[in-house]
Design a protein around this ligand. Structure first.
Ligand SMILES: Nc1ncnc2c1ncn2[C@@H]1O[C@H](COP(=O)(O)OP(=O)(O)OP(=O)(O)O)[C@@H](O)[C@H]1O
Length: 689
């Protein structure tokens, strides 16, 4: 844009002839409302015409989805975000404490005004593109429109979000709207088809048969051109090669398209895609809008061809609306405010540039943006919108979802779907099965070789006790870290799906626990079967199975503990750093480093939470309880050599009669840790993203 244009904008003047007929002559003062008076009384510019009636849906549906056309209007959306100043956490804590003592109950935290009186409307059959420079507020707006604003974001209660003219809440919105977020989240070990089948099982209405769901999956695969890659694993970007960026995007749409929602909101569906793939992704959205859907998307720098696909554009700058209307109306409007798009220039690039805050020329840029937004705020389109809302002319009945606003699938259907998906990912996740089994076998052989063929001598007793404790530390660390690594990477998928009300927290937790059980039984079996005979631990089938049972319980306590740490931590790295320091005290109370009779009274309670203590006692009882006097060979000069297994247990402050209690202690810890992990997961699922 030339210097001359910018000056005109700052003056609020116009050099474009078409601006004459757009401007009614009255000066445009800045208005914080969507409506004002003066400018924009033009006949030709800025009408909120709905597009011509679409062909579908409206004619009923085989997928059980709501077959309705939706007009989505939003009005006076004011959104605030928290200001993160250095030390603001402390400041808030001090403020809150002051509030408690000084009866200053309400000390408002500093807030940033992210969106200012944003208004807009999207009609059925319309592809509305929200554009603006980085930081303009596009994602903030889309999150608010989809009722998915993250934590720390406040939507002012005066803002209205209306479907067919009726105010809606988050639940009503979720039942009708599909939200494809910028970062697509998948379980990377599944194939595209497996992912869609899972989605069909939890998203589609409960009365549909499995056959009907699979038929719909096939149809969506066709519609979104995913046939070629339907059996390819999705993959994890940067770690496991799988679907391409464009295929991942289309898969994200496909998941939402399964239920054929009347309203589709997509945040940056083309980000990271080349122009050809971006075009094909937007084409998919265009086709959906042509079927009667209301489609809203944000986009960065669309090419001229892409720009032509948009029915309407909503331009944002500095958290305000700079323009809403058709691309041709945008030409008129920008000419009117003195910023005519040069010929042979991509209009999208031009508008975004005009509305950007240029580094080094911030004041000038902000004045220009304010002028454009003020002009739009008093334009005909803004007044039309006010009128639409005031006259309730948008009001049409909203269809009620089949099962109200509850989950689409029954408890059992959700459980079955989660169990199936978790089982598939257990089988396919190399970190979980292949790597774990190889790692277990290698560690078992290594421990077996180090402690190979121990005899019942004084040295042998020491070595056997060490080897037994090593069983426990190995089982613990291996399982805790494997669980943290795998589970925390899956948690974002769970959180998004749980917030989209695809399934309940309990069905997920139960399904996952049961799916992973065979693995957590196999790992201890492999380990014990190799290490036990190699070391030469107490011979006898009963002794072997007793050891196996205790090691299996330890593996499952550790897994439960891993779940608890994962659910209570905000990220994988946090869980990995919190894990070891929390495990160390439990390990010390195991009776190997510190005699169980020497635990300080004030820490006794903590020792009852130590699985090392129960398992070590159980395994040592299993090893030594029936070793008769004289079985341990000692030299006659060695007076410290234990004469029998009973003496060894007494020295360690363990009693053979406590074996059943050790089993009970381990079982309680499994249930307890899992219970708390479940509660932590529920709390997380309830919190905003
Ligand atoms: N949770 C938050 N707390 C405080 N400020 C926030 C929060 N989220 C976003 N913002 C601020 O709000 C403004 C708009 O952010 P938003 O992500 O909506 O921009 P955008 O137009 O989508 O940008 P981009 O195109 O780069 O994604 C930015 O200045 C951003 O720093």
């Amino acid at each position: 844009m030339g210097q001359e244009d910018q000056e005109l904008l700052i003056r609020g003047g116009s050099k474009h002839p078409s601006a004459e007929h757009l401007n009614n002559g009255e000066g445009g003062g800045a208005s914080q409302s969507c409506i004002g008076q003066g400018y924009g009384q033009a006949k030709n510019y800025g009408t909120l015409r709905p597009p011509s009636p679409p062909d579908g849906p409206g004619s009923g549906s085989t997928n059980g989805q709501l077959a309705e056309n939706l007009t989505y209007a939003w009005h006076n959306l004011d959104i605030f975000g928290a200001v993160n100043q250095p030390g603001s956490g402390w400041r808030q804590l001090v403020n809150r404490t002051r509030g408690l003592f000084c009866n200053e109950r309400h000390i408002p935290a500093p807030r940033k005004h992210l969106l200012k009186n944003v208004c807009g409307v999207a009609y059925p059959g319309e592809l509305l593109a929200v554009m603006g420079s980085s930081g303009a507020g596009k994602t903030t707006l889309l999150n608010a429109l989809a009722f998915r604003s993250p934590q720390g974001i406040q939507v002012s209660p005066s803002g209205m979000r209306l479907l067919n003219g009726q105010p809606v809440d988050a639940k009503e919105m979720q039942a009708r709207c599909a939200y494809v977020q910028q970062d697509d989240l998948f379980i990377g070990s599944l194939t595209a088809r497996e992912h869609l089948i899972f989605q069909a099982m939890v998203r589609m209405p409960r009365h549909l048969s499995y056959k009907q769901r699979v038929a719909r999956v096939d149809q969506v695969i066709q519609e979104l051109s995913l046939s070629k890659c339907q059996h390819t694993i999705i993959g994890v970007p940067g770690r496991v090669k799988g679907l391409s960026g464009g295929e991942r995007k289309r898969l994200a749409f496909a998941s939402e398209a399964l239920t054929d929602p009347p309203l589709l909101i997509c945040d940056e569906p083309t980000s990271g895609l080349d122009s050809f793939t971006a075009h094909s992704v937007v084409q998919v959205l265009k086709k959906l809008s042509q079927k009667g859907k209301t489609v809203i998307l944000t986009i960065h720098q669309p090419s001229s061809e892409l720009f032509e696909l948009f029915d309407k554009i909503l331009l944002m700058a500095e958290g305000r609306v700079a323009f809403l209307g058709t691309p041709s109306e945008a030409v008129d409007f920008f000419s009117y405010v003195g910023a005519q798009c040069p010929t042979n220039y991509n209009p999208a690039d031009f508008y975004v540039q005009v509305l950007a805050v240029v580094p080094g020329r911030e004041i000038e840029s902000r004045e220009r943006i304010a002028k454009i937004c003020d002009n739009f705020a008093i334009s005909k389109v803004a007044r039309d919108m006010e009128q639409l809302l005031a006259t309730k002319s948008l009001q049409q009945p909203l269809e009620q979802p089949e099962n109200g606003f509850t989950y689409k699938a029954t408890w059992f259907m959700q459980f079955r779907a989660v169990l199936w998906r978790s089982w598939l990912s257990v089988l396919k996740e190399p970190l979980l099965v292949k790597v774990r089994l190889i790692q277990t076998t290698m560690v078992a052989i290594l421990i077996g070789l180090i402690f190979l063929g121990q005899q019942l001598t004084q040295v042998g007793v020491m070595n056997i006790n060490g080897a037994i404790f090593l069983f426990l530390t190995n089982m613990t660390f291996q399982n805790v870290f494997a669980t943290i690594n795998v589970f925390t990477s899956e948690l974002p998928v769970f959180m998004r799906e749980a917030r989209s009300r695809l399934y309940r927290c309990d069905t997920y937790f139960l399904g996952k626990t049961i799916a992973e059980l065979p693995l957590f039984l196999t790992v201890p079996l492999v380990f014990t079967a190799i290490a036990y005979p190699m070391i030469g631990l107490r011979a006898g089938v009963l002794h072997f199975f007793n050891c196996l049972a205790l090691v299996t319980l330890v593996a499952n306590v550790s897994t439960s503990f891993g779940y608890l740490i994962s659910c209570a931590s905000s990220s994988t790295s946090m869980a990995l750093s919190v894990g070891p320091p929390v495990i160390i005290p439990f390990l010390l109370f195991g009776g190997f480093f510190l005699n169980s009779g020497s635990v300080p009274v004030y820490l006794k309670w903590l020792s009852y939470l130590s699985w090392f203590r129960y398992a070590n006692e159980g395994l040592l009882i299993n090893q030594w309880a029936d070793v008769e006097p004289g079985e341990i060979s000692c030299t006659s000069s060695n007076t410290t050599c234990p004469s029998s297994g009973k003496v060894i247990l007494e020295t360690l402050n363990f009693s053979a009669a406590d074996l059943p209690l050790d089993y009970v202690g381990l079982a309680i810890l499994i249930v307890g840790f899992r219970g708390f992990a479940y509660l932590a997961l529920r709390l997380r699922a309830r919190r905003k993203e």
